[in-house]
Design a binder for this molecule. Structure first.
Ligand code: FCB
Length: 464
C-alpha cells in the first residue's frame, strides 16, 4: 500500500490535505513525562501525588515516562513521525531547584540535549515555561496567590532566555492558566488542592502578571516569537434561564484571560459577581499594561465544549466540568452530549473552529497556533498492533476544522496533537491515555499505535 491510497493500512480514516506551510507538531509536558526526581527539585504536583486520594491510581511524577533517561529514543520517535515542531515544557524545579536562586547545571544540560537533539533532527523547538508544576517551596509560600511567585517566574524566564534564546524557535510563557488557578485553587482537583474561589482569582491574576513580566524579560534577552497558550472553550446553553450562569462561566473560562491579554483589564461583571469571594486587593491597575504586553502569537488548546444546564438537567460527569471550577456563578451544571471520550468529554469538532474565531476576534492581528488537541479513547491491542480508530478520527475531524478556519481567513499557523506519549494525566494518573505512542506503565516500553502511523502519513503526504 502506498501513501497515495485514500486510507492508511491500519485505519479507515481518510487522509487530509494539509498545506505544506502549515506547521504540524506534537506536544508533551514536563511533569507528565520526565520522571527523574533525583535530577530536579520537588514541585507542587509531587506533593499533591503524595497526598493519599489525590491521584486516582496513586501514580507519582517519577518515573512518569522516564523521558529524561530515554531522551534519544523519544527524539528518534519524533523524527520518525516527521513533525515540524515539538512543543515541550521546561520544569521550573529542574532549571532552578526551589524556584529561585542558582540554576542547576544538570537541569540546563538536560534541556540543552533536548533542544540540540531536536535541531539536529530538523525539528523546531517550541518551549513553554510553565505547565502547572510550581516548585514546592514557592507553593508553600502561597504559590500563585503570592505576587512574589510572578516575580520569581520572571527571573526564571531570564535564566532560560539567557541560555536558550539563540536556539528556541518559539516561546510560550504559560500553558492554560485557567487550569492551575481554578482546578487547583477553587475546585481542589489539581495541585495545590485548595477549595477557595478567591484564591483561584488571585492565582489567575498573578499567573497573568507572571506572563507579562516574563514577556518583558524574554524579549529584552533576545528571545523571539513570544506568546502564551490558553484554553478558550466554547461555553453555551440552550436554556434562556441559564444565560447569566453561562455568561459567568464564560467569564472565568474565557473572558478573564482574553480581556487581560487584550488590554481590557478584568471583566466588570466578574469583579462584581465575585465580590463576595475576594476584595480584589491584589489588583494593581498599572499591572494591566504589563500583562497586555504585545505578543507575537497566541496558543489555543481545544478538547471539548461547556454546555451549561440547570442543576436538574445535569448530564454525565465529564472531568473538568463542574460548578466548583466557576466560583461566583449562579447555580448551574453541565450536560455534555455523546459521543464522549474516556474523560467524559463531548467530541465536538466544530468547537475548535469556534474557539479559533473567538480568539481571533478577541486578539485581532495575533497569529494563532493550536498547541494541544487530542483524545483519551478506548484502544484494542492484538497481534497487528494497537488500534485506536476513535483517536485517529478525532484528529482527522479536528484538523479538518482547523484547516477550514484557515481557509475562512483565520490566521492559524500550526497544529500540535496531544500527545506524543501516553503519560501521567494529572489527577487521573495512568488511567487515561492520550498518547499516539503507548508507554507501558510497567516497563516504559514505547509502542506505536495506529493513530501515530496515520499522523505520520498525513505529515509525509504534505511534502509529496
Ligand atoms: C490539557 C493539558 C494537558 C493534558 C490535556 C489532556 O488541558 O494542558 O497537560 O492534560 O489537557
Amino acid at each position: 500500500m502506498t501513501n497515495d491510497d485514500a486510507t492508511s493500512a491500519n485505519n479507515s480514516v481518510p487522509d487530509l490535505d494539509i498545506p505544506a506551510d502549515f506547521e504540524m507538531g506534537v506536544a508533551t509536558s514536563a511533569w507528565q513525562i520526565e520522571g527523574d526526581l533525583a535530577g530536579r527539585g520537588r514541585c507542587n504536583w509531587d506533593d499533591f501525588a503524595d497526598t493519599p486520594g489525590k491521584i486516582v491510581d496513586g501514580a507519582k511524577g517519577d518515573p512518569a515516562c522516564d523521558h529524561v533517561h530515554r531522551l534519544e529514543e523519544d527524539l528518534d520517535l519524533l523524527a520518525w513521525m516527521g513533525v515540524d515542531a515539538y512543543s515541550f515544557t521546561f520544569s521550573w524545579a529542574r532549571v532552578i531547584p526551589g524556584g529561585v536562586g542558582v540554576p542547576s547545571a544538570g537541569g540546563l544540560d538536560f534541556y540543552d540535549r533536548l533542544v540540540d537533539g531536536l535541531i539536529a533532527r530538523g525539528i523546531r523547538p517550541f518551549a513553554t515555561l510553565f505547565h502547572w508544576d510550581t516548585p514546592s517551596e514557592l507553593e508553600q509560600a502561597g504559590g500563585w496567590t503570592n505576587r512574589a511567585t510572578a516575580e520569581a517566574f520572571a527571573e526564571y524566564a531570564t535564566v532560560l532566555a539567557d541560555h536558550f534564546a539563540d536556539r528556541i524557535e518559539r516561546w510560550a510563557t504559560l500553558n492554560e492558566p485557567w487550569c492551575p488557578s481554578f482546578l487547583g485553587y477553587a475546585a481542589g482537583y489539581f495541585a495545590p488542592g485548595l477549595t477557595d474561589g478567591g484564591a483561584a482569582l488571585s492565582a489567575g491574576y498573578h499567573l497573568m502578571l507572571g506572563h507579562g513580566l516574563a514577556i518583558e524579560r524574554l524579549r529584552s534577552a533576545g528571545a523571539k516569537n513570544l506568546g502564551i497558550i490558553i484554553n478558550v472553550i466554547p461555553t453555551v446553553t440552550d436554556d434562556p434561564a441559564m444565560a447569566d450562569a453561562t455568561h459567568h462561566v464564560d467569564g472565568i473560562q474565557n473572558r478573564f484571560w482574553l480581556d487581560l491579554l487584550g488590554g481590557r483589564g478584568i471583566p466588570e461583571d466578574l469583579r462584581r459577581h465575585c465580590a463576595d469571594l475576594t476584595d480584589w486587593s491584589f489588583v494593581r491597575e498599572d499591572d494591566f499594561a504589563v500583562i497586555a504586553a504585545p505578543i507575537d502569537w497566541v496558543g489555543e488548546n481545544y478538547y471539548s465544549v461547556n454546555r451549561v444546564v440547570s442543576i436538574g438537567d445535569a448530564g454525565s460527569a465529564a472531568i473538568g466540568q463542574d460548578a466548583s471550577m466557576f466560583p461566583g456563578a449562579p447555580d448551574h451544571a453541565f450536560a455534555p452530549r455523546p459521543p464522549y471520550t474516556d474523560m467524559g468529554w463531548e467530541i465536538y469538532p466544530p468547537g475548535i473552529r469556534w474557539a479559533l474565531e473567538r480568539v481571533s476576534e478577541a486578539l485581532p492581528g495575533v497569529p494563532i497556533y493550536i498547541c494541544e488537541n487530542g483524545a483519551a479513547v478506548e484502544e484494542v491491542t492484538d497481534d497487528d498492533g494497537i488500534h485506536d480508530p476513535v483517536r485517529t478520527q478525532y484528529l482527522h475531524d479536528h484538523i479538518g476544522e482547523v484547516l477550514k478556519a484557515r481557509e475562512e481567513g483565520i490566521d492559524v499557523r500550526g497544529y500540535n496533537a496531544w500527545s506524543l506519549l501516553d503519560n501521567l494525566e494529572w489527577a487521573s494518573g495512568w488511567t487515561k491515555k492520550f498518547g499516539m505512542i503507548r508507554v507501558d506503565p510497567e516497563t516504559r516500553e514505547r509502542t506505536i499505535k495506529d493513530s501515530a502511523e496515520w499522523y505520520r502519513q498525513q505529515l509525509a503526504r504534505r511534502k509529496a
